[in-house]
Design a binder for this molecule. Structure first.
Ligand code: GLV
Length: 327
């Protein structure tokens, strides 16, 4: 029997690709860049499956041009780049990779928080620029995490993992859930006060975002929300860029409405070099790397491949985004 034809839109860790090559005929976009839409449209016509990344736009047109498609598998937990409704209409299961990146992403959100609160980037630059002449009692004073209030917006898997870290740091923890998040096992925690978004924003010294990107969370943090926050507050985003209104954030930072922001994700992404946020000195931006540990990316690749193979075999995709395809 001939192997099923599978499209892979970028080089993924070998552990995943090797397994795929055993079972499938793989057409791979070999460059470390987003596969051009034309290339995807050309090859998806024949494909039974696709392993995609969060940078691919799998909209209705792309899905419609794939008559033999049996499964879509994204190597990411977020799936806002895929037209799920269109896939469900065609009864195409979509797999994703929840769980395996939870702790790694929470580590990174915390890393961003500490980096900005304690001015680590400024300190490193100060030394490299040759300014370090003596110890100073007033140099680069930052904010303490211990004793401060952390507001967690989105109390799903990653939000709860961030809360566990905050507990260890001796912080007061406020959290609010997004309506898009299903209750998760273990959510009850006496050390976390579940409140509403306005309370999180008004009372927190640091606010960390962990909601999925949906219509409901588009620009969840805009001008009004930023105005509610403390002038000394630091905003951390490791979810999706468009959860924040980027222009409103640039304006709030420039006006000193909040103290600083640390963004793993931006809107647009990558952030254009002429974007106001790019030039904001109190905005630390890194290139969407919160899940980027070697072990986690390997786990994500394996999980994406297992989801794909299940879909090709016609068995239930283990981590399926649209279970309605099985009803
Ligand atoms: C990363 O942003 C992911 O959705 O996995």
């Amino acid at each position: 029997m001939s192997k099923p034809l599978v499209l892979v839109t970028r080089q993924i860790p070998d552990v995943g690709l090797d397994r795929l090559n055993e079972e499938c005929h793989v057409i791979l976009w070999e460059h470390d860049s987003v596969a051009p839409r034309d290339w995807v449209l050309e090859h998806i016509r024949e494909a039974a499956g696709v392993v995609s990344l969060l940078t691919d736009v799998l909209d209705a047109t792309v899905i419609a041009s794939a008559p033999f498609l049996k499964v879509v598998s994204t190597m990411a937990v977020g799936f806002d780049n895929i037209d799920i409704e269109e896939c469900s209409t065609r009864r195409i299961p979509v797999g994703h990779t929840p769980g395996v990146l939870t702790e790694t992403t929470a580590d990174f959100a915390f890393a961003l928080l500490i980096t900005v609160a304690r001015k680590i980037v400024e300190g490193a630059r100060y030394v490299k620029d040759g300014h370090w002449k003596t110890w100073s009692p007033t140099l680069l004073l930052g904010q303490d995490l211990h004793g401060a209030t952390l507001g967690i917006v989105g109390y799903g898997r990653i939000g709860q993992a961030v809360a566990r870290r905050a507990k260890g740091f001796g912080m007061r923890i406020l959290a609010c859930r997004s309506s898009a998040q299903a209750p998760t096992h273990g959510e009850d925690d006496d050390d976390v006060e579940l409140v509403d978004l306005p309370t999180v924003l008004a009372e927190s010294d640091f606010v960390s975002l962990h909601v999925p990107y949906t219509q409901a969370t588009h620009h969840l943090i805009g001008k009004c929300e930023l105005e509610r926050m403390k002038g000394s507050a630091i905003l951390v985003n490791t979810s999706r860029g468009a959860v924040i209104d980027s222009n409103a954030l640039a304006a709030a930072l420039s006006a000193g409405d909040i103290a600083a922001a640390a963004l793993d994700v931006t809107d647009p992404e990558p952030i254009p070099l002429d974007h106001a946020l790019f030039h904001e000195p109190q905005c630390l931006i890194v290139p969407h790397m919160a899940s980027a540990s070697i072990a986690t990316r390997e786990r994500m690749a394996v999980m994406a491949v297992e989801n794909l193979l299940a879909g090709l075999q016609g068995t239930r995709v283990p981590f399926v985004v649209n279970p309605e395809v099985y009803r």
